[in-house]
Design a protein around this ligand. Structure first.
Ligand code: GLU
Length: 465
């Protein structure tokens, strides 16, 4: 059997973390089994579907690196096929037209509620041979539907619990359950991996597939993601859009790693490269119950990835943030070197970019506290001595510059901090930067000397009179 999974989002908003996790599990399963991964856009809800959302889904999938092998297919381009199947079901006697009005149905529901029965369609039009109205699937009346769910185990649903579901609206357009099964059948999906919010649809879909004599896919329903308060994850728990995580400075690998662990485990391992995820992922390892989203853990993972990934990889993503923050990376050191210098202290790429502005652009003012503490009377002289020594250096070498700082402190009988710290503020504008040798070599001769000169003037001016 060829393994084929699919991700089938409805384009009614951004790609959210729940959707991304479903996509990831489906993608991993296909990759692990040497199968195919299909992307299908379920855009039949014309009122709620937008091109913007379709683009957002593509953007999110691309950023996460979840590449598809087939598609994207659009359900709106498959209406003829759905009509054909609806017609086939009508002709086979597995579907019928229903003319019950909304009022009638409301009344029926009220009655059933009053009798403490589960509200369901009573099959009134089943034997009436109408030729207009909505079309309902004739659900089997007896027996059970058994789902051998690959995550949840065996689920048995009695057909008595299921009513005759509408598969086409009165204008002939197909409904969700119909389009999904036609697509899963035509696209030869072997494994339907999706959120367990769809579990109620599965027995209905199995029955329709049965009426079409189609081979059944295997099902795996993955549990929901909850916020820390136990409610289903939503905007009020913070970022839920995948692209918002990019904007906030997360690496896609860190988010993928976080998402894979949200509902799946492999012993007590926490950090997985994408290759490891592919090698180890299995539906057996999926949790049966819901998982709770933990932003601190995601942040921790992001820091791990920033520190431990190839600096070139981090630099590629950092560049996006530098651009986004209006910095021209051509005006400063190679980003790879900045990554190496900043990665220990940056939990996000936004932090890293913000902390690296001064390498690429002159700052407008000094951090007030840092200037107050370090630009005291006489510091201009210290900086001047350093600057004269730096200027003599033919080669701009971090180690040598560092040695000059040490020597200057010694000759001037000052604590190292009294020399290095004013220098740091002078060249970076603030009291925190990578080690002084690294900071100076990243900045280069010209920026360093110009900024030292400026600081000397600033201190003189500040302490005048
Ligand atoms: N389009 C459905 C959704 O976005 C998913 C359908 C499915 O996976 O079967 O919830």
């Amino acid at each position: 059997m060829t393994i084929k999974t699919r991700f089938a989002p409805s384009p009614t908003g951004y790609l959210h973390v729940g959707g991304a996790r479903t996509a990831l599990f489906s993608w991993l399963y296909a990759r692990k089994q040497g199968g195919k991964f299909v992307l299908r856009i379920e855009d039949t809800d014309l009122e709620r579907s937008t091109q913007e959302s379709v683009d957002a889904i593509f953007e999110g999938m691309e950023w996460l690196g979840l590449s598809h092998d087939e598609g994207p297919f659009y359900q709106t381009q498959r209406f003829d096929r759905y009509k054909e199947i609806i017609q086939q079901l009508l002709e086979q006697g597995d579907a019928y037209h229903c003319t019950c009005s909304r009022e009638e149905l409301d009344q029926l529901r009220e009655q059933q509620k009053a009798n403490k029965e589960k509200p369901r369609y009573n099959g009134k039009c089943k034997a009436e041979n109408h030729s207009e109205g909505v079309i309902r699937f004739k659900n089997p009346v007896d027996g059970d539907v058994v789902i051998n769910d690959l995550v949840k185990g065996e689920i048995v649903v009695s057909n008595k619990e299921l009513d005759d579901l509408i598969i086409a609206r009165s204008d002939g357009t197909p409904t969700y359950n119909l389009t999904v099964i036609v697509d899963d059948m035509d696209m030869q999906i072997s494994h339907v991996i999706r959120g367990d919010d769809h579990i109620n649809n599965t027995p209905r879909q199995i029955n329709i597939l049965g009426a079409l004599d189609a081979e059944l896919p295997k099902y795996a329903h993955v549990p929901m993601i909850l916020g820390s308060d136990g409610a289903r994850l939503s905007k009020r728990h913070g970022a839920v859009s995948v692209m918002q995580y990019r904007d906030e400075g997360f690496l896609p690998d860190a988010l993928l790693n976080y998402l894979v662990r949200l509902g799946w485990s492999h012993g007590d391992q926490e950090v997985f490269s994408v290759e490891e995820m592919i090698a180890l992922f299995d539906l057996d390892g999926c949790n049966v119950s819901a998982s709770t989203f933990n932003p601190e853990k995601l942040l921790w993972l992001n820091h791990q990835y920033i520190m431990n990934s190839e600096p070139e990889h981090v630099a590629k993503h950092l560049e996006w943030h530098m651009d986004n923050q209006g910095l021209d990376v051509a005006n400063g050191p190679a980003l790879v070197e900045v990554v190496k210098a900043q990665r220990e202290r940056s939990k996000t790429l936004v932090e890293m970019a913000v902390a690296s502005h001064y390498f690429y652009k002159d700052f407008e003012s000094y951090d007030e506290k840092a200037a107050k503490k370090n630009f005291k009377q006489g510091t201009d002289n210290v900086l001047q001595v350093l600057m004269d020594a730096f200027s003599q250096e033919a080669e701009w070498n971090g180690d040598k510059l560092h040695q000059i700082v040490l020597d200057t402190a010694e000759t001037m009988e000052l604590k190292l901090g009294k020399v290095a710290q004013p220098l740091r503020v002078a060249v970076s504008g603030a009291g925190v930067s990578p080690a002084i040798d690294v900071t100076l070599s990243l900045l280069g001769r010209e920026k360093t000397l110009t900024r030292m000169q400026k600081a000397i003037e600033f201190i003189k001016e500040k302490n005048k009179g």
